[in-house]
Ligand binder design. Structure first.
Ligand SMILES: Nc1ncnc2c1ncn2[C@@H]1O[C@H](COP(=O)(O)OP(=O)(O)O)[C@@H](O)[C@H]1O
Ligand SMILES: [Mg+2]
Length: 271
């Protein structure tokens, strides 16, 4: 939600990204840039490849070809079947650990407390000492409104609370980029607002976010850019009002009309 600064170096630059599963090509040459402090909403019909694209960004999925540059450094490059980035695995893992991800289904560790979940990444991935980790984890739980739940287990929480803990857990790795994959679509309607509110606060602080969402109201009000994915290609990439209010194609217009009502939800949250 910061003012886009065209001079800023792109945080993530994706070029010519392709991904096939077996014979089926799901991503058909994606070019996408996310600048520091930007909130980019990724929208599109089910099956268009949004999750696959998000998972390629942090290499949870290995692209078939293309290039991903993070902070100006090669993160992934493959062409002609050959790996050309040539980064040691350790460097790749260090970069991956700075990309946070929030999933539709939370994926909290069920046997750990809320605090344990939030502390787990820095403890196991970075070997951080507990004192600093715990202090930051408690601050983050406070930030997402979950400080009073530090000792609870995930199964004692509502979906909205679990998702806010998942956000705190991702933030505790001090990521340079946050990826969200439909973070509210598994929630009961009355719990959607509390998660969106947390995301709005992050956006306002300048967190760089790539958000797959069907909450077009959120995309309209919070995103700097809306990217519309259609069958594995980018059909639109521009300011939210351009893409969502004056859709450039008939397919986008049809998609937007179906989700029109979610815009109403945002009004009380933006305050
Ligand atoms: N691991 C996989 N193996 C085979 N096909 C997959 C796999 N993951 C996703 N797909 C297929 O890729 C297409 C795009 O899926 P996905 O990226 O999940 O779309 P979206 O998130 O936009 O709904 C779908 O047809 C899906 O079935
Ligand atoms: Mg998906």
């Amino acid at each position: 939600m910061t003012e886009p600064n065209p001079a800023a170096t792109p945080l993530v630059e994706i070029a010519g990204l392709r991904k096939s599963f077996g014979p089926v090509e799901i991503l058909k040459g994606i070019d996408l840039t996310v600048r520091r402090g930007e909130v980019v909403a990724l929208v599109g019909s089910s099956g268009s490849g949004k999750t696959t694209l998000l998972r390629c960004v942090n290499l949870l999925e290995t692209p078939s070809s293309g290039r991903i540059t993070v902070e100006g450094k090669p993160f992934f490059e493959r062409s002609g079947g050959e790996d050309r980035a040539g980064l040691p695995r350790k460097a790749i893992n260090a970069m991956r650990s700075r990309i946070g991800m929030v999933f539709q289904h939370f994926n909290l560790f069920p046997h750990m407390s809320v605090l344990g979940n939030v502390m787990e990444g820095p403890r196991t991935v970075k070997g951080e000492a507990d004192a600093s980790n715990r202090a930051r984890a408690m601050d983050l739980l406070a930030k997402v409104g979950m400080a009073g739940f530090a000792d609870r287990r995930p199964d004692q929480l509502s979906g909205g609370q679990k998702q806010r803990v998942s956000i705190a857990r991702a933030l505790n790795m001090q990521p340079m980029l946050m990826l969200f994959d439909e973070p509210t679509s598994a929630l009961d309607p009355e719990l959607v607002g509390e998660v969106l509110k947390t995301m709005i606060a992050l956006a306002r602080e300048g967190t760089t976010m790539l958000v797959v969402t069907h909450e077009l109201g959120f995309a309209l009000e919070v995103a700097d850019r809306v990217v519309f994915l259609d069958a594995g290609t980018i059909a639109a990439d521009g300011p939210p009002r351009e893409v969502l209010i004056h859709p450039p194609t008939e397919r986008i217009r049809a998609f937007v009309n179906r989700f029109h009502e979610t815009a109403e939800l945002m009004k009380p949250l933006m305050g």
